[in-house]
Design a protein around this ligand. Sequence first.
Ligand code: NAD
Ligand code: MG
Length: 367
Amino acid sequence: MSDPRNAPGTLEVALGSRSYPIHIGPGLLGDPRWLTPHLAGRQVMVVTNETVAPLYLSRLRQGLGDNLEVRELVLPDGEATKTLASVERIWDALLAAGFNRRCTLIALGGGVIGDMVGFAAACYQRGVAFVQVPTTLLAQVDSSVGGKTGVNHPRGKNMIGAFWQPRAVLVDTDTLATLPPRELSAGLAEVIKYGLIRDADFLAWLEGAMEALRGLDPAALTRAIERSCALKAEIVAEDETEQGVRALLNLGHTFGHAIEAHQGYGNWLHGEAVGTGMLMAAELSARLGWLSDAEVARTRAIIEAAGLPLAAPADMGVDDFLAIMRLDKKNLDSRLRLILLRTPGEACIHDATPTETLAALLEAFPR
Ligand code: NAD
Ligand code: MG
């Protein structure tokens, strides 16, 4: 699907009356056919950041066509801006423009922009329409789909938020051309995650496609994004608010969050921490007798091929890990809840990892 005049691949997130499409393909941004059907009315506010605006804002503007009342808000870049103060800037701009309940917010950017704009939309006048236009691989395969929105609090990441589904997700694969390679690798961590938790065939395909993906081969990217979104859409449709199966999407994330929190957010990218975290989860699964050494080696090889780190931070001891992991919000009571692998392609929720086994894994894991 290299011709931008072709219809893009379209998937659906099936949530009854709140169902929405994910359009995936090249050349979507400048084409009004994909964006305008999802607008609630004439009032549209595009929110993006200082990095993405010069790259893609004018192309998106073309995709909106004429006849609309369009406002733009450009926020600073970075995870540090994912705060309630930034969301207030969005609300201020909406009120200053006199936007009503039939306005539509458009999130143009990575997961930081998507999470904030979604949360702003969830609360503005008790909820208005929004469209996700993700421009990082991580946002295209993960954060833009599923309706988790929110901001960070000084005491914890993503601690303030809401479930609020977008009207549509528009994935223009052309935007990945400008993405720094480190960000691309971070997105690949989440792609690999889908294979590991739920789709052995996809995992096998990914093993052979990693070089093409890192080289931005359009067909390989489209296939990886489509399959990832399809798997996420399936899981979200089954369990929108994470009462059960949606927790599997957290493979590698409890270890990963501990690394991110300890190192200070932004020093390790989220996907990098998840990559190392998935390897830790695989090694722990082996210690519990579920994975063979060969399966762990296979998991390590694909994480390495994606350009992700294979060792935990040198200055992070066993106690550092344990202390932060116990605070993780996935723990429903005092037990540590981990997502582990039965086999590459099938994950499970495990509430009964003995602390000694976990500590031994953390002790032995390379730094
Ligand atoms: P990000 O939004 O910070 O983007 C990474 C960097 O790439 C930024 O500097 C950004 O400006 C830049 N960028 C974006 N698009 C670009 C492009 N096309 N070309 C060049 N540069 C570009 O980070 P991210 O990895 O996209 O998202 C991480 C955030 O997503 C975190 O806050 C995380 O909590 C959140 N997240 C949310 C969910 C969810 O379900 N809501 C899931 C996963 C992650
Ligand atoms: Mg993640």
